[in-house]
Design a protein. Sequence first.
Length: 241
Amino acid sequence: MHNKLAALPLFFVAAAAFAQVSEKPVDAVIPVVGSTHGQSNAFFKTELQLHNASDASAAGWLILHPQETLLRYDLPARATIAYDDVVAAMGSTGLGSLDILVDRGELPEAVARAYDDQPDGTTGATVPRVRNTEALVVGSSATLIAPRDFTRYRFNLGIRTLESGATIEFVVRDASGTERFRRMRAFAAVAFEQNPVDVFLGTTLQATDSIEVNVLGGNAVVYGSMIDNATNDSSLQVPRR
C-alpha cells in the first residue's frame, strides 16, 4: 500500500504534463530515438545533451511517443544536462520519437546521437532537433536517396507526424529520373513509424533510387536511415522546411 501511495504524485504530474501537451503544440522533436536490439548483433541507444543558451532558467518535458512516457528537464542559465541513453532514462525501451515541450524559458539546444553500443566502441549518427516550424507542411516537397549498394547497406524509412497528422505521396524514381512507383499514405496525429523501406513503401527499391516526398495534408518529419550491415555504422537524412 505504501508503494502505491508513493507513486500517486508521479501519476498526477504525468497526467498534468500530458494535459498540457494537448493544449500546446510541441516546440521541437527528435525524430527517432531508441534503446533496442537491432540486426547484426546491434544494441542501439540514443544519447542526448540539452543546453540552455539563455541568461534565464528553462524547463519543460521530454515526451516519448508511442510509449507515452515523459521526463522533466530543468536547466539553470547556461547549464547543460546529458543522458547516455535517454530512452532508458525515461523508463522505456524500443524505438520512438521524442518531443521537447517548453513550459518556461527558451527551447534548449539539443545534441542527439543514435549509436550502436559495443564493447570495443560505438558507431552512430547525429539526429537533428527539428523545430515544429521546420517540419514539412502542405505543399512541401523533399527527397530521400536510397543506398548505392543494398548488399552492403540496409535502409529504413521513418515518419513522425505532428498535431495534424499527415497525408503524404511517395514517388520512387530510378537513377535516370524515370518514375517506377507512386503511393499515397495517410498517418494519424502524433504518429511514429519506422520500417525497412520496402515495407514502408510497399515496393522493392533499387540502388540509388530517389524517393520524392510530397506532403498533401498535415505536417510531419520524414527521414531515411542507412546502416552498414557489417559495422552497424549509420547515417541519417532528415529534410526540413
